[in-house]
Design a protein around this ligand. Structure first.
Ligand code: URA
Length: 325
């Protein structure tokens, strides 16, 4: 199978997996599908009206051969109006595959959630449209220009008045395939003006080395560049002021994967409230970049048993990067 198709199907599986997890979180156990499934002008009648068991679906899509199984089941499904990747408009990408949250139907959709009973969708032809998803902006600047704009004495948020000594900019390889994003600097970082140089940073170095890379190979930053007092989590206004610069840096570096460290950073980057224990272990999306949330190294210092999960996450990242050439 060509690599691009493989990637698209992998993305579909990731998307479906996320939807299934979400449905499970809502307490949905079965999906009863009573309508027609239409792809472009074709009409695919559903072969079976058996309710879909969410738990079965979840285990199916978690199997290593999920890609080939899925492909053999839907050999002819093509996204409507799909264009080859080189024709993608800047600032958006064509989602080749449907998302349950973005389905559009021409008929009335009746959704019934019956105290844990099946969801029914009647008379609802589901059109698998292509959906435009936001993408990273095209880079029009350099990391040095972004740093210069932020300046050494940034006062864009109240952290500048709350005891921060240095603005801690992202560092590392401006061309990196892999980027790490933490929450905000701690005391050591605040003193030295560099991210992840304290004890948690030393553990991060080991995590990077565990997949055969060095700190010079990767790009490391934080959602917030200034230390919050007492190492509290950054507040919303502080994050709103700072995060756009991180986004601009991501647009310049264009990493293939971002590993986001800890619940606060992961929830912030992905704009979700899902706990880190559920976010970790599989890829998410940030403007077209794959994101692997994992536990923060500072948390690992408190609970070393969690290192096993981080190692699992890093292996997924390493294996994905190895497929990217
Ligand atoms: N923790 C973070 O989240 N970032 C740092 O830079 C250091 C510790």
């Amino acid at each position: 199978m060509p690599a691009t198709e493989n990637t698209e199907i992998t993305e579909l599986i990731a998307d479906v997996r996320e939807q299934v997890l979400y449905l499970q979180e809502l307490g949905v156990e079965t999906l009863e599908f009573c309508g027609e499934l239409r792809v472009e002008n074709e009409e695919l009648k559903t072969e079976s009206r058996e309710p879909l068991q969410i738990s079965n679906l979840r285990s199916e899509i978690s199997k290593p051969d999920a890609i080939s199984n899925l492909r053999s089941q839907v050999p002819n499904i093509k996204p409507a109006n799909a264009k080859p990747p080189e024709t993608k408009p800047a600032g958006s990408r064509l989602a080749s595959l449907p998302s349950l949250s973005k389905l559009s139907g021409s008929g009335p959709v009746r959704t019934k959630v019956d105290q844990g009973g099946p969801i029914e969708m009647e008379n609802a032809p589901i059109i698998l449209n292509t959906v435009e998803l936001p993408m990273l902006p095209e880079p029009t600047e350099t990391i040095e220009q972004i740093r210069a704009e932020i300046g050494p004495d940034c006062t864009r948020c109240k952290l500048s008045e709350l005891g921060r000594s240095k603005v801690v900019n992202s560092t590392g390889n401006f061309n990196a395939d892999l980027m790490f994003v933490g929450e905000a600097p701690g005391a050591d970082e605040d003193e030295q003006g560099k991210p992840f140089v304290g004890r948690a940073g030393q553990l991060l170095t080991k995590i990077i080395e565990s997949i055969g890379l060095t700190r010079d190979d990767v790009f490391i930053g934080n959602i917030n560049r200034c230390r919050p007092p007492g190492n509290r989590a950054p507040e919303t206004d502080e994050t709103i002021a700072c995060k756009p610069y991180l986004k601009r840096e991501v647009a310049v570096v264009r990493p293939k994967v971002i590993v986001v460290l800890g619940a606060t950073a992961a929830q912030n980057l992905l704009e979700t409230k899902v706990p880190i224990g559920k976010l970790r272990g599989h890829f998410h999306d940030y403007l077209g970049v794959k994101v692997m949330p994992t536990f923060h190294p500072a948390y690992l210092l408190r609970d070393p048993h969690k290192k096993r999960e981080v190692w699992e996450d890093m292996k997924i990242v390493r294996d994905y990067l190895n497929t990217q050439g």
